[in-house]
Structures are given as C-alpha cells and as structure tokens.
Design a protein. Structure first.
Length: 311
C-alpha cells in the first residue's frame, strides 16, 4: 500500500483527498476536505482568474499543504480543470501557485478530466463492469459538465461541455431569487448544448451523478448535518425528487438557502444553477432515476496516477 494525495482544483471548489492504494487495486480514503476559492469568479465576463481568486487559491492550497506535511505525505497530484485550462492568464497563475506552494499543477483537458472521473466512479460501481448494462456518468462542475458513457467499465464516449454552475449562474441568474425569465433563458442555453450531443446517449442505462451539485442534493435529501460519503454513494434520486427540491429552493433568497441542512457553506449561490443543469440533462435524455457517487475526479486521478507508476 502507498499513501498519497490528490487535489482537484475545480472552478468553484478545491478538494483534497489522502488515500491508500494497493497493487491489487484496493483504494482506502484516509482524509478529505474541501475549500471554495471560486477560481471561476467573473469568468462569464472575462476569461481570467482574478487577483482575489488567486489569493484565495493560494490560501486554500497552503492550508492543504499544512495538512499534508502533518500527515507526512510527499506524493501529491494536483489537477487543474476548466477555469485553469481556459484562463487567459493560466501560465501566470500556475507560476504563482508553484512559487507560493511548491505544487506543480497538471492542467487536464476536458477529455482527460472525464476519463479520470470515470476511473473514480468505477471504484464504487465495480459491479457495473460485470453487468454489461451501459452506464452514463454526469459531473456538473463550476466551469463545465462532463459526460462519460461506459460499458463494462470501458468508455464508449467522453464529452465536456461549457455548462458550469458558476459560469452559467453569473451569466443568467442575476436576481435573488431568480426570475422565471432568467430560468427560461438558462434552460434554453443548456438545451442548445445538449441537443448537439444527444445522439451519443443510450435510452436504457444506469445514470450516475457525481461532484458538488449532485452530492449536495443527496446530502440535502437526507438532512445531513455532517457530510458522510458512505451515505452518499449509491443513494438514488428520482427526477420528481430533484424537481421538488428545485421548486422549494428556487423560491428562497440566498439568506434562507444558507440554513438548509446538507448544503455546503459557500455553495448556496450556485445551487439553483447546478440543479437546473441536472434537470435539463434528465429531461433531454429521459433519465428518471439518478444514482449518486461521492467518488470522482480526485479519486480517479490518484488511482490512475499510482497505477500508472506501479504504486
């Protein structure tokens, strides 16, 4: 067994994971923590990581580094996603991160990100490899949404769309709470993107969701005051349940949303956008049930990197 760490530097959330990986493919999480520097702040107007976001990112990563030092972890895989790869000042940002924290960030393409997400999900749904039933995975991030179709654990298609909860929230949902007109424009934008990829999606499949919006919905459905991944993995949400949650939340101002059990602090202003993306996906592809998975990019990166290196 080898102990190592993965840092998922998402557009909204930075996620730290320390885990042990064995030569036989065993995977044991040891510690996890989230920080929300929101790199994608202002991305709907200008594709740059702003000074305030850079400062928050450095602070979050230094906090993670302190944890890793205490745990004696010296093998760390840091991954940048949509905000990092699309930022006009990406190179300057990466230089600052390396100078301030010592971390070297691997900037993932949309397809590489999606493939690592599938690796993480496969750690939970190992039974899917034996079933032969197609699986479609959706990961709704702050800057993009990834789709992975797979059969027997092997990718059939890998797609990354510019549909992120942070970016679309800034572009369309400007009122508190959002107006019906804003919501309609939001939905139209998402459906335009989905129509172009509809031919990839099987009618019958296991529909799996991961990342912040979806795991938050599962936590809220269970009135979870303290996040528990074991209760998130394999939790199911029906299309009707997601719609009911949306209708309840869309009428609430941010001040009231912040008090809901299961809602991670700092996510309240992008919750509606994330749920809307999910509803559009379920409606467009006629998926009535979603199975939730806590594992995703950070687990997949850690597992893939260590397997590649032969642990």
């Amino acid at each position: 067994m080898i102990r190592a760490a993965s840092i998922d530097m998402g557009t909204n959330t930075f996620r730290l994971l320390i885990a042990e990986v064995g030569e036989e493919g065993t995977f044991k999480p040891i510690y996890f923590e989230n920080q929300m520097p929101r790199l994608g702040e202002g991305f709907s107007v200008q594709k740059r990581i702003g000074p305030a976001a850079i400062k928050r990112a450095v602070s979050a990563l230094k906090h993670f580094q302190n944890i890793l030092k205490k745990e004696g972890i010296n093998r760390v895989f840091a991954s940048g996603t949509r905000a990092v790869r699309d930022a006009e000042n990406r190179d300057d940002f990466l230089k600052i991160i390396t100078h301030e924290t010592g971390l070297k960030v691997d900037v993932l393409s949309g397809q590489a990100e999606a493939r690592h997400i599938l690796s993480g999900v496969n750690l939970i749904f190992r039974d899917q490899e034996q079933s032969g039933v197609p699986m479609v995975v959706v990961d709704i991030g702050g800057g993009s949404t990834e789709f992975i179709g797979a059969t027997a654990g092997v990718p059939d298609f890998v797609l990354s769309l510019p549909l992120g909860a942070v970016v679309l929230n800034e572009a369309y949902l400007k009122s508190d709470p959002p107006s019906s007109g804003e919501i309609l424009c939001f939905k139209n934008r998402v459906h335009q993107e989905l129509n172009d990829i509809a031919h990839h999606f099987p009618v019958s499949c296991r529909f799996v969701g991961t990342a912040g919006t979806i795991t938050t919905l599962a936590a809220m459905a269970q009135n979870m005051h303290r996040y528990d991944p074991e209760r998130i993995n394999h939790y199911t949400l029906t299309r009707l349940e997601v719609e009911k949650r949306f209708q309840a939340c869309v009428r609430m101002p941010l001040k009231k949303l912040r008090s809901l059990p299961g809602l991670e602090k700092g996510r309240e202003d992008i919750l509606i956008a994330g749920i809307l993306i999910l509803l559009c996906v379920m409606d467009r592809f006629k998926y009535s049930v979603l199975t939730v998975c806590d594992y995703g990019l950070r687990e997949g990166v850690l597992f893939d990197r260590l397997q590649y290196l032969g642990t």
